[in-house]
Ligand binder design. Structure first.
Ligand SMILES: [Mn+2]
Length: 322
């Protein structure tokens, strides 16, 4: 396997039929079955999934089996997305409070994980095994020529984490630490899997297309010298117009991250993009094109180039059979 030939695939969210179509399009083929599910591999390439295999879509269980079989075979790696982390935290109890969960079972959280739980309702043992497997997925990957993280590369937090931890995976003790919102564990997890954001001023809220109300908006971690909210907003839901032109405060600017053109390419998912896939910067590509909303399941075929190339995106449009 060539060390520099990787196929990076965006958020699957249970679109298992589309994933199989994409793998076939990329030249992967099934070597046979393991545990009743196909094992895809390629003679000289391998896949990196950017996380968020679970939640929302119709074939979550199938998607997990396809991905895990590839990881077990050595034909793929997979990092942790915020949705896999949510599943871990949703099923991890608070120390000394066996009735309470690290991710509270409130209506919003229940709704986000409902599809996954219902598809595993008849397979509780399998679900437990996948939850354990999620704890073996790294939070990020770094290679000589590129990086992969679900939502945001934060050099400083990653350096602090690497000083303290030997593994890039999280365990129950790590999840417990995230209960303290000032802890490195919470900050790292939140930052790497959910990205950066700015609170809306004056207690304002916006209701997203997903029906959820939010008091913050997602921001770019790569904006060069931003001045206004519009320069940094990065989410499917637009800001109210008056906020677009609002000036960023000095503190807000100081808290924003950047990703300089001289850094090695980084691949992310997470952001529900639409339209035709292309790099966001010469050294940054997002692979999440809203597959589960009948968008595209997107791959970038990386061969070591340090300036990303429009022509290296490959995708499948998601059909009603997902
Ligand atoms: Mn996602």
């Amino acid at each position: 396997m060539k060390q520099s030939s990787f196929d990076l695939i965006g958020d699957v969210h249970g679109c298992a039929n589309t994933l199989e179509k994409l793998l076939l399009k990329l030249g992967y083929s099934s070597l046979g079955q393991r545990n009743g599910w196909p094992v895809y591999a390629h003679s000289d390439r391998s896949v990196i999934f950017v996380g968020d295999i679970v939640d929302r879509g119709p074939r979550i269980r199938e998607a997990l089996h396809l991905v895990k079989n590839m990881v077990d075979e050595g034909s793929a790696q997979c990092i942790l997305g915020n949705h896999e982390y949510n599943a871990i935290a949703y099923t991890t109890t608070v120390p000394n409070k066996p009735e309470e969960y690290v991710r509270a079972h409130n209506s919003r959280h229940n709704r986000l994980i409902a599809e996954t739980l219902s598809q595993f309702a008849s397979y509780p043992e399998e679900w437990r095994e996948f939850l354990e497997w999620f704890k073996t997925l790294p939070l990020y990957l770094e290679f000589p020529l590129f990086r992969v993280v679900h939502a945001c590369w934060d050099t400083q937090l990653i350096a602090e984490f690497e000083q303290r931890y030997r593994s890039r995976c999280i365990d129950t003790a790590f999840v417990h630490q995230t209960l303290n919102l000032e802890s490195l564990e919470f900050k790292l997890l939140d930052r790497l899997t959910r990205g950066t954001d700015i609170s809306l001023p004056d207690g304002r809220k916006i209701t997203g297309r997903d029906g959820l109300e939010r008091s913050f908006f997602r921001t770019k971690f790569w904006a060069d010298e931003p001045e206004t909210y519009k320069d940094v907003v990065f989410q499917p839901d637009p800001l109210p117009d008056d906020l677009n032109h609002k000036q960023l405060s000095r503190q807000q600017k100081a808290a924003l991250l950047s990703y300089h053109d001289s850094e090695k390419p980084v691949f992310v998912g997470h952001y529900w993009l639409q339209g035709n896939p292309k790099p966001l910067k010469p050294n940054l590509a997002c692979l999440d094109y809203s597959a589960v909303k009948y968008g595209k399941l997107v791959c970038y075929r990386f061969d070591g180039e340090q300036i990303l190339d429009n022509s290296k995106f490959v995708w499948v449009n998601v059909e009603p059979d997902n």
